[in-house]
Design a protein around this ligand. Sequence first.
Ligand code: DX5
Ligand code: ZN
Length: 216
Amino acid sequence: MVKIAPSLLSADFSRLADDVKKVEEGGAHWLHFDVMDGHFVPNLTMGPQVVKSLRNKTDLYFDVHLMIENPENYLEAFAKAGADSITVSAEACTHLHRILQMTRGLGVKAGVALNPATPLSVIEYVLDDVDLVLIMSVNPGFGGQKFIPAAVPKIRALREMLGERPVDIQVDGGINAETAPVVRDAGASVLVAGTAVFGEPDVIQAIKMLQTEKKL
Ligand code: DX5
Ligand code: ZN
């Protein structure tokens, strides 16, 4: 069964711990932290302090998505704050292989994200160095954007490329009742959802729907 990773970006920042409890009780598997620096993407969000503050409030798996330049300078801080996995943006890494090794060296799962226009060939030679590949299905920077359909054949091709490797395929951006079944069918194993979880009155129902809703 596919795992659901609610994105904190769409939570109520004045009561984060309550919102985290709500999705944990609602059956979420991971908690997705969208970290933005105002350089790699045109928005600013949170740093390791937010991860640290929530670490003792929940048992959820902490999935940190870095949309920042020079991610190598922040890996240790996020690992110490309690990240279970750290995903870097391939486009922000001159030395991607080294950064993935550094991440694993900190005892954290290593992920790499690809922007919509970035080809899969960028990660061809690091497939054995990653635990997760994140296919961005919107241009990173903001929640609530429209799903880019070219992500679907990209997920299929990645599934093929990974072969038997135990690597998660995560999809992030515009995931809702309509797009979730499509990306699940293509081979995604972890779905990030902001608006479609925190924007719904019934969180339990919203999470279940993302896991089980059938294709139209
Ligand atoms: C986009 C972020 C996403 C975003 C998803 O830059 O990486 O995690 O918050 O939000 P929705 O689900 O609303 O598209
Ligand atoms: Zn994200």
